[in-house]
Design a binder for this molecule. Structure first.
Ligand code: RAT
Ligand code: ZN
Length: 415
């Protein structure tokens, strides 16, 4: 055992955190087999929906006119408005710069054409290898929509890069059942108009077919802030009669991402969503009524975070994860992570990247690792104040739990 002195502690924690390989439990990344779903490179980085929203605050273009531009023109406009006409200090802008820097590019030159050239010349596989190695990400979890355009990839039985794990994402089924039902019928599942035993069995058959095809690690959904369970709705019936039994039988967690408040400005596309405070009563109901189901939960509203953390103290079947979307900013990651570590110790998954563009793994993880590392230094210092010995191997264990092992252990956990 190597006991660390107070002087050695900060550098040791920073080094251990940097060296820790990551399993990224929620991304929107795909390997090349998924064709146009796989996004990478400078133009994709610049047209990330977080940056589109910021650009349209300055630009005199209407959202409609923005969407008529080619991707390259959109990227040029974002670069002009957010990086040249003013300083790129927002977290999303800073992220582009960190990503370029970690790809070995010199952000000092501001030479957009050169950045494009370098990344475009890189073959997809080499690009993936380089980013994963540089970000120290061992594997990522995708977001796989059985109702979306990736269906054909799965149906063709294409081999999927083993570093990309699947997740069965069910937003269309749970958030728009009437439409999904019509699709199910089209695909040969005899789901009836009424919620009958046959309807339940057919939805379950559909889910099992996709579990067999995708081999997902868990089942996931994003819910609006108005999510209620139980109630007299298609969604509650599907959760109770299909999703939770399936998850229990296959020992998969059900991941709920709660707190989206619809597209308040639909013209902005993916950038048009709002955040809303949700009611934790519904999550509590699920935990109480289904003690043999496991739940991953992340919430979008800052105001829900304390209550969710308290709830996790009551239920070992609940794993809190990530600082999601509008919370993925240093000030909020700092607050949330401190609170979670103070109330739950290391029994959380502090972060996921939500990366949509391969290169974003670089900034999302380097920014988060730095913040989490500094918080850990404070926490180890606090216990060292009491005379507790700080062992290097124990820090390594804790850090591995946070960035990787808690996730895999929770998947295996049997209730
Ligand atoms: O963070 C995002 O990129 C959002 O647009 C959503 O995709 C969200 O993360 C989700 O998974 O629904
Ligand atoms: Zn996401």
């Amino acid at each position: 055992m190597t006991t660390l002195t107070r002087e050695q502690l900060p550098a040791a924690v920073r080094q251990i955190v940097a060296a820790q390989p990551i399993t990224d439990m929620h991304t929107h990344l795909y390997p090349p087999a998924f064709g146009a779903n796989m996004l990478r490179g400078v133009d994709e980085l610049l047209t990330y929906h977080y940056l589109v929203a910021e650009t349209l605050r300055w630009s005199t273009l209407s959202p409609e006119a923005f969407w008529l531009l080619s991707k390259r023109e959109q990227a040029d406009l974002v670069w002009q408005e957010l990086f040249l006409a003013r300083s790129p200090i927002s977290e999303a802008c800073r992220g582009v710069l960190t990503s370029l820097q970690l790809m070995g590019l010199d952000t000092g030159t501001r030479d957009l054409a050169a950045y494009r050239r370098t990344l475009e010349e890189m073959p997809a596989e080499a690009h993936i290898d380089r980013v994963l190695a540089q970000a120290n990400v061992e594997s990522v979890v995708m977001t796989n929509d059985a109702f979306g355009d990736e269906r054909d990839v799965w149906l063709s039985g294409a081999a999927v890069d083993p570093r990309f794990h699947a997740v069965l994402r069910l937003d269309p089924l749970l958030n728009d059942y009437p439409r999904s039902r019509r699709k199910l019928i089209e695909w040969g599942y005899a789901v009836e108009e009424e919620w009958t035993e046959q309807s339940k069995a057919e939805v379950r058959r559909f889910l099992m077919d996709w579990v067999g095809r995708m081999k997902p690690l868990y089942v996931a959904v994003s819910f609006p802030s108005t999510f209620v369970f139980p109630d007299d709705s298609d969604r509650s019936r599907l959760i109770a009669d299909c999703i939770l039994p399936l998850c229990r039988d296959t020992n998969m967690p059900f991941a709920m991402m709660i707190g989206v408040r619809g597209k308040v400005n639909p013209a902005l596309g993916d950038a048009g969503y709002m955040v809303g405070r949700a009611d934790l009563e519904s999550v509590t109901n699920l935990l109480q009524r289904y003690p043999r189901n496991k739940f991953f939960v992340t919430m979008l509203s800052r105001e829900n975070q304390h209550e969710l953390t308290v709830l996790a103290r009551k239920f070992g079947q609940l794993m809190v994860f990530g600082c999601w979307w509008f919370l993925n900013n240093p000030v909020l990651i700092g607050d949330m992570t401190r609170m979670r570590l103070e109330m739950l110790g290391t029994s959380v998954i502090p972060q996921h990247s939500d990366a949509r563009i391969l290169d974003q793994l670089l900034y999302k993880w380097s920014h988060s690792k730095r913040l989490i590392g500094e918080i850990l230094i404070d926490k180890y210092n606090d216990i060292a104040d009491t005379g507790w010995r700080i062992e290097r191997a124990e820090i390594e264990r804790d850090v591995a739990d946070l960035f990787k092992d808690n996730f895999w252990r929770f998947l295996k956990k049997k209730l």
